[in-house]
Design a protein around this ligand. Structure first.
Ligand SMILES: Cc1cc2nc3c(=O)[nH]c(=O)nc-3n(C[C@H](O)[C@H](O)[C@H](O)COP(=O)(O)O)c2cc1C
Length: 350
């Protein structure tokens, strides 16, 4: 948490106000944004003692890939707005840390370049457009580039009402930088409210995507209820990501630390459950594991580290984050991730 705060302070100094607000902001009055962080603290950790934690192994296997810790970088748009290292820097830092990286549809670097730089462990986040031919071309390009999963974002049928973005509705990308053409549209040189995404997406589209992706696992990102978790599994999702889009879509939706309990209980281990939103230290990761998650994704902390110090900053952040997970496991009496149980958390009384 402390390390993240330092990066955010530096990032805030370095970035234009509009860019900082774009990354930091949430929807509406930002009630859910504030609660996403705080809600993890509604679960107190219940450590066990006198367990041999002389050698703690924080690694996990997600979709067949071994990760050094149960941590994945969340998809975030336009990372060359933050630092010239952009997506290549974050993806390389994640690979060096032995973690997976998720590339946004709205990246400023093409997926083929990112896959080549990372050498594996890259997932592609997909916004489905009304223009299905363009979406299919993007998926095929991502799959042939070597992505290991498709992350279908389902919580953006329309853009959230983001008050902070109203002051700066269109942010110019740095000189020479454009959005990658994952949408099939001509390269854009600004980032502005989303357009062209398909508000008519339904669960049937999961099968369509599996088909287009030639069997590449499809993770559904944006699940907050047991009902949607069931629907995602019935539709053939390889996993679900409990997410409220970093509180950027509908203000007032349930914080993910609370939704995770319901979703993981419904999934009963049938598919991997991942979670993001306000995960800020090793203790939060253990809380997520105890509530039934297989791994977490982290978003803004990575953005601040990139903005502050480029690829080296992200590498340092991820290394320290993984170390903090290891420490929290040891202090909870868990020699590995499998040792974490529901009994390692209790709901706070207030
Ligand atoms: C600036 C910004 C851009 C984002 N862009 C995307 C995106 O392109 N696709 C997506 O599925 N989620 C996107 N997200 C949501 C993140 O993937 C993730 O759900 C969220 O940021 C996690 O919460 P955290 O930032 O509190 O760790 C974005 C989030 C931020 C802050």
């Amino acid at each position: 948490m402390e390390l993240i705060r330092r990066y955010e302070v530096v990032a805030r100094e370095r970035l234009d106000q509009g860019v900082y607000d774009y990354y930091a902001g949430g929807a509406g009055d930002e009630q859910t944004l504030a609660e996403n962080d705080r809600a993890w603290r509604r679960w107190w950790l219940r450590p066990r003692t006198m367990v041999d934690v002389g050698a703690v192994d924080p690694s996990v296997t997600v979709l067949g890939r071994r990760l050094a810790a149960p941590v994945i970088v969340a998809p975030m748009a336009a990372q060359r707005l933050l630092h010239p290292d952009g997506e290549l820097g974050t993806a390389r830092a994640a690979a060096a840390a032995g973690l997976a990286y998720t590339l946004s549809t709205r990246a400023t670097t093409d997926v083929a370049e990112v896959c080549a730089a990372a050498g594996g462990g890259v997932w592609f986040q997909l916004y489905v457009q009304i223009d299905r031919d363009a979406t299919e071309a993007a998926v095929r390009h991502a799959v042939s580039s070597g992505v290991e999963a498709l992350v279908l974002t389902v919580d953006l049928p329309v853009a959230g009402r983001r008050e902070r973005e109203r002051a700066n509705p269109e942010i110019a990308l740095p000189e020479g930088v454009t959005l990658a053409t994952h949408t099939g549209r001509p390269a854009e040189s600004t980032i502005k409210p989303l357009g062209g995404w398909d508000p008519g997406l339904t669960w049937d589209d999961v099968a369509w995507l599996r088909d287009v992706g030639d069997g590449t696992p499809v993770l559904v990102k944006g699940v907050l209820t047991a009902e949607d978790a069931e629907a995602a599994m019935a539709a053939g999702a390889a996993g679900v990501i409990v997410s409220n889009h970093g509180a950027r879509q509908l203000d007032g939706v349930v914080p993910t630390a609370i939704a995770l309990d319901e979703v993981a209980t419904a999934v009963e281990g049938r598919v991997p459950v991942l979670v993001d939103g306000g995960v800020r230290d090793g203790g939060d990761v253990v809380r997520a594991l105890a509530l039934g998650a297989d791994a977490v994704l982290i978003g803004r902390p990575v953005a601040w580290a990139l903005a502050a110090q480029g690829e080296g900053g992200v590498a340092e952040l991820l290394a320290q984050f993984a170390e903090d997970v290891e420490r929290a496991l040891a202090l909870c009496g868990c020699p590995d991730v499998a040792a974490v149980t529901r009994g390692h958390v209790q709901r706070a009384a207030w």
